[in-house]
Write a protein that binds this ligand. Structure first.
Ligand code: GTP
Ligand code: MG
Length: 197
């Protein structure tokens, strides 16, 4: 499966730059360099959609994308700035955190936050804070373990089970790889349900 359409819409560095709400929004969150932009590109099938790089902390704005999902429903994908990048100054990190907070707590169009975690590292302090906080906000987190191509077949299910336990999730995380394309169809099925809620 791939998106029928996906185009960049707008970036914002502050809440007054957020676009007027339209179609249901699905946000993509995770620590810097975890593979958020790569996931969005592979998932949609539009390779140059979100900028990817080997330089962590590159995505420092919120980026909106108009998407028509495989079932034909319109949605808006939002690439959030990466959290927890040590080389970014504390002041700036506070800024990113505030911007993400402002978006998640105030955005009525937001239907779900996809929390992307490196399958090799599993949930760390940031996720152990962020996922329960999302639940408190009523922002159903959907957890995805990415870079699953870096794990052997026998390591995958244990990694998913461990992440589920650590985060107290109701369902198993989706296993994904932007490199192999594993998990694309499962993630689209989950997103299709979320945009209908
Ligand atoms: P920031 O926007 O800087 O926070 O990064 P990001 O989370 O958007 O990560 P990005 O998609 O730019 O990917 C970071 C690095 O990880 C790049 O070098 C990607 O090629 C690599 N990468 C992303 N996804 C995968 C994956 O599924 N498998 C493998 N092996 N590498 C991946
Ligand atoms: Mg990025």
């Amino acid at each position: 499966m791939r998106a029928r359409q996906a185009t960049f819409k707008i970036s914002a560095v502050a809440p007054d730059g957020f676009p007027p709400p339209g179609a249901p929004e699905i946000a993509f969150a995770g620590r810097s360099n975890v593979g958020k932009s790569s996931l969005m590109n592979t998932l949609t099938g539009f390779k140059g959609l979100a900028r990817t790089s080997g330089t962590p902390g590159r995505t420092r704005m919120l980026n909106w994308f108009d998407v028509v999902i495989p079932t034909g429903r319109p949605a808006v994908f939002v690439d959030l700035p990466g959290y927890g990048y040590a080389k970014v100054s504390k002041e700036m990190r506070k800024g990113f955190g505030t911007l993400i907070d402002a978006y998640i707590t105030s955005r009525d169009a937001l239907k779900a936050v996809i929390v992307i975690i490196d399958a090799r590292r599993g949930p760390e302090d940031e996720e152990l804070d962020f996922v329960p906080w999302l639940e408190e906000q009523g922002r159903a987190p959907l957890v995805v373990l990415t870079k699953i191509d870096k794990l052997s077949k026998s390591q995958r299910q244990p990694a998913a089970a461990a992440a589920r336990r650590a985060l107290g999730l109701k369902r198993e995380p989706i296993l994904f790889s932007a490199t192999s394309g594993e998990g694309i169809d499962e993630l689209w099925r989950a997103i299709d349900k979320l945009v209908q809620t």
